[in-house]
Write a protein that binds this ligand. Structure first.
Ligand code: NAP
Length: 405
């Protein structure tokens, strides 16, 4: 008999999750249907395994992308946004970005409407996955990237446009800017104390909740003092004022490790950080950074562990969260039951952790590790893993389910 399901709520900074929460999902375009079918089976089996039938998810499909366009003539129906807002937590596969203007991007719409200010990307290695570095197991970071400000604010003016020229004149005449070549394109990089601190607060809270040893504020403050440099300063200030008893700045800590149960707060300049994650990856745990730095750093870290195709992501605000695959729709493989569902499955692990159902997430991680150890993997992994058997998306999901613990 179908379970009725209840709505997830959010009060006092905590999720309130019924035993049978309704969770909206967007299947995704291209290979999305294959991936979603496999992922949903893994999620349901993991919840059943972890909670012995006491809990289950009531999935609610909402439309976006090509499927929405075919059914409603609209790429992003208002109803989809309303349902996600009503149920607070949602998960999505990849969506086609239609070529040509006049259409809202789902990610941008959700980010703005639900104020999803933290883009969270955990990056870790799974044994057996081919990686370009010698010791991929040493990298295990969770990157919190600011999701609303900085370059994502999208304030820029085209070279040679009237607005760019006006702005240039204003900067030179009114603000004392000395060199700014005529005809330049101009972009503006806004970063606020409010926006920076709430992102850092989320990262610190995560480190505390998950017993992570440190947080690193990654910035380019040596060059951009009032934006990137301020991000660092506001981060330290927030850590001291709001989490003083639970954190300790690197300058005050002796050995550079988690001191007396307190989370170490350190900072690194962005270019040095790209070296550090390669040379001394095990010194980093949770990373909090501004938008553009985080964009580069999360893909670089994912590549380092060989996991770009399996990298999960989440966009999270206060009381709203949307989990997603980070790859695209891989349209040439659509309907072939071929591609790797790992990215959506691991974003489901993040979802379970976020709503406090960590046991289901842990079961899935064990399942993935088991499937990889059995070397029954999709084509993308099989082509790089000696001795592996290539299996379809659905069979990879079966192997994960068989190894749930
Ligand atoms: P893509 O769909 O990510 O595919 C590029 C290549 O990455 C694929 O050809 C495949 O490589 C590999 N790949 C991607 N997903 C895979 C998976 N699940 N398993 C195994 N291999 C996978 O990128 P794209 O071709 O640039 O973009 C296609 C469409 O997706 C575009 O409309 C784009 O706008 C959209 N997109 C959406 C999102 C999103 O919704 N989050 C993100 C990025 C792109 P091989 O062929 O070498 O095996």
């Amino acid at each position: 008999m179908a379970v009725a399901g209840g709505k997830i709520d959010y009060q006092g900074g905590r999720w309130i999750v019924p035993d049978h929460p309704i969770i909206p999902f967007i299947e995704g375009d291209g290979t999305g249907a294959d991936i979603w079918r496999a992922s949903q089976r893994v999620f349901d089996a993991a919840v059943a395994k972890a909670f012995g039938g006491k809990r289950s998810i009531v999935w609610k499909e909402v439309l976006a992308g090509e499927k929405a366009f075919k059914a409603t003539g609209n790429w992003l129906p208002d109803e989809t946004l309303a349902v996600i807002r009503e149920h607070r937590v949602a998960i999505k596969g990849p969506l086609t970005t239609p070529v040509g203007g006049g259409m809202r991007s789902l990610n941008v719409a959700l980010r703005q409407i639900l104020d999803l200010y933290a883009c969270i990307r955990p990056v870790r290695w799974f044994a057996g996955v081919p990686a370009p570095v010698r010791e991929p197991q040493k990298l295990d970071v969770v990157i919190f990237r600011e999701n609303i400000e900085d370059v994502y604010a999208g304030i820029e003016f085209e070279a040679g446009s009237e607005k760019a020229d006006k702005l240039r004149d204003f900067l030179i005449d009114q603000l004392g800017v000395k060199t700014l070549r005529q005809g330049s394109a101009i972009g503006i990089k806004p970063m606020s104390k409010f926006g920076s601190q709430r992102l850092v607060a989320k990262a610190i809270q995560y480190a505390i909740d998950h017993q992570r040893p440190s947080i690193t504020l990654v910035h380019k403050g040596n060059i951009q003092k009032f934006t990137e440099g301020a991000f660092r300063d506001w981060g330290y200030q927030l850590a001291k004022e709001r989490f003083g008893g639970q954190t300790i700045p690197e300058a005050d800590a002796g050995s550079g490790t988690r001191e007396a149960g307190r989370v170490l707060i350190k900072d690194r300049i962005a270019d040095a950080m790209f070296q550090q994650v390669l040379l001394r990856p095990d010194e980093y745990s949770v990373i909090a950074t501004s938008n553009l730095n985080g964009d580069y750093l999360s893909d670089a870290c994912a590549a380092q562990v060989g996991g770009l195709g399996m990298a999960p992501g989440a966009n999270v605000g206060d009381g709203y969260a949307v989990f997603e695959a980070t790859h695209g729709t891989a349209p040439k493989y659509a309907g072939q039951d071929k591609v790797n569902p790992g990215s959506v499955i691991l974003s489901g692990v993040m979802m379970f952790e976020e709503i406090g159902w960590s046991a289901a997430g842990k079961a899935i991680i064990a399942g993935i590790e088991g499937a990889l150890a059995a070397k029954k993997v999709t084509y993308d992994l099989a082509r790089q893993m000696p001795g592996a058997t290539e299996v379809p998306t659905s069979t990879f999901a079966d192997a994960i389910i068989a190894h749930l613990k």
